[in-house]
Design a protein around this ligand. Sequence first.
Ligand code: ACO
Length: 279
Amino acid sequence: MAQATNGSGPAPTEEELSRARLRLVVRGPVAHVTISRPDRRNAMTGRTWTTLARIGQTLPEDVRIVVIDGDGDIFSAGIDLGMFSPEGVDGERSMVAGLADGTASDAEVRDYIAGLQEGFLWLRRPDLVTVAAVRGHAIGAGFQLALSCDLRILADDAQLCMKEPALGLVPDLTGTKPLVDIVGVNRAIEICLTARRVGAQEARDLGLAELVVPADELSAAVDDVVAALLATDRAAATATKALLQQAAGNTLQRQAEAERAAQAARLAALARASVDGSR
Ligand code: ACO
């Protein structure tokens, strides 16, 4: 259910979540987001992603872990293909609105996509650890959503597919960077340009899955990982994630400097806590 806000506007109502085909359950430090549209294989629309962005903006401050999964035996069949029709889906803006007759400008299309990307970008926040729990297919936008999470726990029936190039598109929902970071540019080219399905075992071999488990053990495996993550001090976890996120883009010197700065802040916080605790 929707919970209190952290001061960034109202959280999505139950009705808004339902229209976006999402369920949200927040229990203490763990938020569970489920893509819920089983009759369409959990296909997602623009509203799914703008609502996802609002979930991120309005999570209660004590939430540390976000788990994303799909209803039933599939993570997501990606974008609702109706989004590419001129009429769009359920009154939502079509992805191609105004492009045939030239009434939509290039800048408008880019702005629209930027709004959709917000639904994916927040999953990298250092104060959260985000976990994708993937059963069955994660296609296109579904794969990119899983790639936006810090950890991917896959059922052994999971299949990942970057379908966009096969549809004449590019992957544009922030998935290309994590894909290349994880598998390297050459394998990423092969996976995207063949649009083939990557099975769970191969995904683990490529580093696209942290863990692969039998499908009926997925939920328990996620619970175990969440419990282990919660056992770590939040401030240390946040500082460490921030440090790790910048490592690939830093020189060794710059990263060593970042480690010193982060550790000085941690040591100061621990020292203050120790003094406060002994009072
Ligand atoms: N958009 C809209 N409807 C969809 C989508 C989708 N992405 N995926 C499935 N559906 C619908 C089907 O049309 C079908 O509807 P119907 O019952 O009215 O005929 C229903 O969901 C069930 O789909 P099936 O294909 O029968 O389910 P199956 O389990 O056999 O296959 C699979 C699942 C593999 C996911 C298949 O549906 C599929 O390939 N879907 C399209 C995937 C796709 O191309 N996504 C876009 C990628 S690009 C991007 O995300 C940006």
